[in-house]
Write a protein that binds this ligand. Structure first.
Ligand SMILES: [Zn+2]
Length: 429
């Protein structure tokens, strides 16, 4: 029997990708091919062990493969992506093993980081169609209380069994679907940066996601397509060595709300549901550009601030102190005033029509996006994820401070049009 794998773009850390119903039965062959001579070390939590771990162990034993004693985290309370757990895993990691992460985003990130620490390639067996982080380089972990992307290699092999993905709670698929749908406005953010000559689009990376994306999101129940899209998104980040291809302003809102510890009825909100709300908001902000000719907006543009007033504004936005040390510095390093701001505004004005055309060609309309999310049982209003209007709007302003990546938020801020655009957004959301 030859291993049925889906081709992965050349030169990536991920080399083997299996995605089909019953894929788990190919795991012994996958491990023998991708990790010859290594003894599997299964890592799961109690829930994912019950769903897929036990079965994996059985299949490997039946194939004559001896595993190390598995590491099974407790199932409750919900496992948190703490860097400390990765360090523990790295310390415990047996010699000459291939770690096999059996679980959703958190387990995968913990094992990814532990494998990175030990420089040991690992295999991912996902149990939910929930995030695009399975195949990305880097793990989203809490380090000293702050969520960070810790650099570490992507999985060397992925074995995604659609029968297992189908056993995950429906919310997890909905969350993954929303995350996948964000690649459309994330692409639009890249179009903005490209049009202004700030960060040119890299064609091979672009095509990997943006050509097939509409097919992947066409059916919110099609796990095979959705997982394929999420995996490819991870590959695009591996290729670009940055999350630009997969993450725009909508992800930055989500980072802010996460740092604020956003909850609804005592429950944390999934990544996909946060970026889903972000996706609706950025779509409206981008439609603001599409809808208005710049001549009609000129009198609404407010003058830029002098640096000392901007600093005050930034410090006020960050007053809760839960955002780490970076944002103030990042915000001030990209802040434009005087001649530099005038030049930037002139550039944006000269490109306005091009932006309108390119954004209109890229985006789904606000109504379409909202319907797609609703149909997939994703939240579509800030209140549904526990945000009141003040926290929602604060998140939009603050999101602009945390990354150098140029997005719709920078464009609107620099043009002095943010408040006017937010007026429209408040009417619609
Ligand atoms: Zn995401």
């Amino acid at each position: 029997m030859t291993l049925q794998t889906i081709p992965v773009p050349a030169g990536l850390q991920t080399r083997y990708f299996i995605l089909e119903r019953g894929a788990l039965s190919s795991l012994p062959e996958l491990l023998n091919t991708a990790f010859p001579g290594k003894q599997p070390w299964l890592i799961a939590d109690k829930n994912t062990w019950a769903v897929a771990g036990e079965e994996t162990a059985k299949i490997l034993t039946a194939a004559g493969i001896t595993c190390h004693t598995p590491h099974i985290f407790p199932g409750t309370p919900r496992l948190h992506p703490n860097y400390g757990y990765s360090v523990q895993l790295a310390c415990k990691m047996p010699q000459n093993c291939v770690p096999v992460a059996i679980g959703s985003g958190v387990i995968n990130d913990l094992v990814k980081c532990a494998s990175g620490i030990k420089e040991v390639p690992y295999c991912c067996v996902p149990t939910a169609c929930s995030v695009d982080g399975y195949t990305s380089a880097g793990a989203a972990l809490s380090v000293d209380g702050f969520k960070k992307t810790v650099k570490c290699p992507a999985p060397f092999a992925v074995c995604a069994d659609v029968d297992i993905l189908a056993t995950a709670p429906p919310d997890m698929l909905a969350s993954g679907y929303a995350d996948l749908l964000t690649k459309i406005p994330a692409g639009a953010d890249w179009i903005i940066a490209d049009t202004l000559g700030i960060e040119p689009i890299r064609q091979d990376v672009w095509e990997l996601i943006q050509h097939p994306i509409r097919g992947w999101v066409a059916d919110h129940q099609d796990m095979l397509n959705i997982f394929h899209g999420l995996a490819a998104t991870g590959y695009s980040m591996q290729m670009y060595i940055d999350s630009r291809p997969a993450s725009g302003a909508e992800h930055m809102f989500s980072h802010i709300w996460e740092m604020e510890g956003l909850q609804k009825d005592g429950e944390e909100i999934s990544h996909g549901f946060k970026v889903g709300i972000g996706l609706i908001a950025t779509t409206i902000l981008m439609e603001y550009i599409i809808k208005h000719d710049i001549e009609d907006l000129k009198e609404k543009m407010v003058p830029g601030l002098p640096p000392e007033e901007r600093l005050e504004e930034v410090q006020t936005l960050l007053v809760r102190g839960c955002y780490g040390d970076g944002p103030q510095q990042t915000a001030m390093s990209k802040f434009l005033y005087g001649d530099a701001l005038a030049e930037r505004r002139a550039l944006i004005i000269s490109k306005w029509k091009t932006l309108q055309e390119r954004l209109a060609g890229q985006l789904y309309s606000f109504e379409t996006v909202r319907k797609m999310l609703k149909d997939a049982n994703c939240p579509t209003s800030p209140a549904e994820i526990g945000l009141d209007e003040a926290q929602f709007l604060h998140g939009i302003h603050t999101a602009q401070l945390i990354r150098n990546r140029y997005t719709i938020l920078d464009l609107l801020y620099e043009m002095g049009l943010m408040e006017d655009a937010l007026l429209e957004l408040r009417k619609m959301m």
